[in-house]
Design a protein around this ligand. Structure first.
Ligand code: CTP
Length: 211
């Protein structure tokens, strides 16, 4: 029971940004890594709030789950859950959305011209918020210069740690992961493992940091 008495907030999965009543902009995130972290934190005795995008996964036992669809809904659920001791933002949040059409876009009208607008950056907002959790952990999904970009992301987002993973292979949607933990002290290259193994390792590190 290494996290007894601590409240951990986890975001997981993709977001779905509507284009019209039947179409969305989505991504390949399965939610598995975030759900595994929520499960491991609950096993370690934490109170866990899991804000999940649309996924097809069972809620881990002992976890309070809130389902959302869009980045805006995820942001609202995250800020409503504060204060927490730790936030681990694993979700693959859409960076852009469009103004959705109230009615279905018809093929006969030709290809739609989608105008993208930025979504809220939840990690960035949390990093500079009044209620910034004492330990703020982000993920970085990169396909090139993984560590270098994750080191820059840690500073840019105001996070304490960044868990960096190379998503150029089949990590997104897959069962295994190989990550690098970026902290203020430096870079740790963790061995490849299942998403459950990576989750337990991260929860151990979190418990150590809070102790
Ligand atoms: N994130 C977030 N809100 C967003 C976008 C990202 O909270 N609107 C969080 C993710 O949950 C993750 C971290 O920010 O913890 C980094 O996400 P990533 O997609 O790797 O980076 P981006 O900020 O989207 O930057 P880029 O796509 O340019 O790499």
């Amino acid at each position: 029971m290494t996290l007894a008495g601590k409240h951990i907030l986890v975001t997981a999965g993709p977001t779905h940004e509507p284009i019209d009543p039947v179409r969305v902009i989505a991504n390949r995130s399965s939610g598995r890594q975030g759900f595994a972290i929520a499960a491991a934190a609950a096993e370690a005795g934490a109170k866990v709030t899991l804000v999940s995008g649309p996924v097809s996964l069972e809620t881990p036992s002992g976890v309070d789950r809130l389902d959302v669809a869009t980045a805006e809904q995820m942001a609202q659920a995250v800020f409503a859950a504060l204060p927490v001791d730790v936030a681990v933002l694993v979700a693959a949040v859409a960076d852009w959305r469009v103004e959705p059409s109230a009615t279905k876009l018809k093929k006969g009208e030709g290809p739609p011209r989608l105008e993208f607008v930025p979504t809220r950056d939840i990690l960035l907002e949390l990093g500079s918020s009044r209620h910034r959790p004492p330990l703020l952990v982000g993920f970085a999904a990169e396909t090139e210069r993984v560590v270098e970009q994750a080191v820059a992301k840690r500073r840019a987002k105001g996070a304490d740690w960044i868990v960096a993973n190379d998503v150029s292979g089949d990590v997104m949607g897959g069962h295994r992961n190989r990550v690098h933990l970026i902290t203020a002290e430096g870079v740790e290259n963790w061995p490849e493992g299942t998403k459950e193994e990576v989750a337990r390792q991260l929860v151990l590190r979190i418990a150590g940091a809070l102790a």
